[in-house]
Design a protein around this ligand. Structure first.
Ligand SMILES: [Zn+2]
Length: 345
């Protein structure tokens, strides 16, 4: 990495001129390590900003691939990425390397669950939440509290957004803020209410501003309140979040999700009309062999990252580790049955 050269200071000059960051802050950013969980709407905006800001190492984690309906708001992707059916984390890294080639990008094409979350967040200074579901957020909350890693919650739906900065041992955690896992079907989702891109950009931008403060040691500048806004209704307000001494996570340090007590083999993916099915154990599938097996049964295509199989109104996308996205259904039982029939029990 280029350090202490005129070129480096020129590149980041507008940010270095900003007094609270300065040269020291820039050096801190260049040495910082951040994990972005989810490279969809929020994640692509955050990754774009953090890469341009010169955050030295970005871990890009996502389980999905690029589709045309992503392009309305997922700013790192283009039509070519959708045509290539390429995993989002990889497409993001390709684009980021063109934006700032001096940084380090690690690509993880994985579902984040109790088996891997502590590894993912264990070697970074900060985690940015850019997921689209509460299961993963509460899991990340447990992992970050347990391993003492700050993380920044962000969520958006329709024209409204919400952010909250969580520092273990200093602030309330997500469970203090929102209670336990909301039951499925409560509240609006991108599925039912859609989302407009300005909301995505504002939520992610607030997360990145908080990230810059944290990574440059400007803790007093952090927003200790939850920030809520609705861009269509012209509402902005902050909510004081109370520390709950009886919080099962940051109070009692009971990490049930990390223990795998609530792990499910299948998960309905909001906004995708799809169910993700995980194999009982990580596999090492040959996608070519699977293609040969499925060829007589429907349309199959393979690239180096995934296999796509269409049968009737369902589409199965299979990754080499045995994970599959079953599109065209919200019925987890049916999805698991399709998985068993076409991929294996
Ligand atoms: Zn808590």
């Amino acid at each position: 990495m280029l350090i202490d050269t005129d070129k480096l200071w020129e590149r980041y000059s507008r940010q270095v001129l900003f007094a609270p960051i300065g040269r020291d802050g820039q050096m801190s950013l260049l040495k910082s390590r951040v994990a972005i969980i989810g490279l969809g709407a929020l994640g692509t905006v955050s990754a774009n900003c953090l890469s341009r800001a010169g955050v030295g190492y970005l871990k890009l984690v996502d389980r999905d691939y690029v589709e045309e309906s992503n392009l309305q708001r997922q700013i790192l992707f283009d039509e070519e990425d959708a045509k290539r059916v390429i995993p989002k984390a990889l497409a993001a890294a390709e684009k980021l390397k063109r934006i700032n080639s001096s940084l380090q990008y690690e690509v993880l094409i994985e579902d984040v669950n109790y088996t891997n979350v502590q590894n993912i967040i264990g070697d970074v200074d900060l985690v940015l939440d850019a997921t689209d579901n509460f299961e993963t957020r509460f899991l990340v909350n447990e992992a970050c509290i347990k391993n003492n890693v700050p993380w920044i919650y962000g969520a958006c739906v329709a024209s409204s957004g919400l952010t909250f900065t969580i520092i273990p041992g200093e602030t309330p955690c997500l469970t203090c803020f929102l209670g336990g896992l909301p039951s499925v079907g409560t509240g609006e989702t991108c599925d039912t209410a859609g989302v407009i891109s300005p909301v995505v950009n504002v939520v992610a931008s607030v997360q990145v501003a908080e990230a810059l403060k944290l990574l440059t040691g400007a803790k007093p500048a952090l927003n200790r309140k939850a920030l809520f806004f609705d861009l269509w209704e012209n509402q902005f307000f902050e909510v004081e979040v109370m520390q709950n001494d009886n919080c099962p996570v940051c109070g009692k340090r009971a990490f049930d999700l990390l223990a795998g007590k609530m792990q499910q083999r299948s998960t309905y993916l909001c906004g995708r009309d799809a169910v993700q099915v995980l194999p009982p154990l990580k596999l090492n599938l040959s996608l070519e062999k699977l293609r040969d097996k499925l060829l007589p049964l429907g349309d199959v295509s393979v690239n180096e990252f995934l296999l796509k199989f269409t049968t009737g109104k369902h589409e199965l996308v299979v990754f080499p580790d045995g994970r599959a996205l079953i599109k065209g259904t919200s019925d987890e039982k049916l999805a698991r049955a399709l998985y068993a029939r076409y991929i294996g029990a």
